[in-house]
Design a protein around this ligand. Structure first.
Ligand code: S3P
Length: 176
């Protein structure tokens, strides 16, 4: 497991509802590091929300924008230490996983049972283009799990609160 302080950027990956953004914010407060959600960068570059990118341009264009945003982020020199949350599909794209591997940054997979992730997404009431019904959610989860498991570190979030998971991440990457 690469130690975070030698890289100063830590990536959180996992399925929708895994808590990447909320854990990322909690972890950034804890460490005094910046936080970035890659989806925010995509929306800023495309000048429209994720839902509209999917609706107007389609998923393949979203994936192209996502890959471009990740490349841009990785190429920024001299920025301070930060936690980066990736959207649920990003690490399941082999070219993105390869970029992160080349960068040598710690990648943390926030895991959890599909039922719990689905429940969390429903409670959030945030519009997600790839969140349809429970059956489709479970299928996509199964399709992607093997990709997430390639991350250097897996943390089970089942039944845990956000700050507890953030503390676990900090410990596993050697920062506490
Ligand atoms: C996606 C998850 C979303 C967002 C986009 C695609 C996915 O992010 O990137 O809607 O493919 O699973 P969250 O995981 O933060 O919901």
């Amino acid at each position: 497991m690469p130690q975070a302080d030698s890289h100063k950027v830590v990536f959180l990956v996992g399925f929708m509802g895994a808590g990447k953004t909320s854990v990322g914010r909690s972890l950034s407060r804890r460490l005094g590091w910046d936080f970035e959600d890659l989806d925010d960068r995509i929306q800023a570059r495309a000048r429209r929300p994720i839902t509209e990118i999917f609706r107007d341009l389609g998923e393949s264009e979203f994936r192209r924008l996502e890959n471009a945003a990740l490349r841009e982020l990785l190429s920024e020199p001299g920025v301070g230490p930060r936690i980066v949350a990736l959207g649920g599909g990003a690490f399941a794209q082999p070219e993105n996983a390869a970029l992160l591997e080349r960068a040598g940054a710690p990648v943390i997979f926030l895991d959890g049972p599909a039922e719990e992730l689905f429940r969390r997404c429903q409670q959030e009431q945030r519009e997600r283009p790839l969140l349809r019904d429970a059956k489709q959610f479970h299928q996509l989860y199964e399709q992607r799990r093997a990709s997430y498991l390639k991350a250097a570190c897996r943390i089970d979030t089942a039944g845990k609160d956000v700050d507890g998971v953030a503390a676990e991440v900090a410990c596993r990457i050697g920062l506490e």
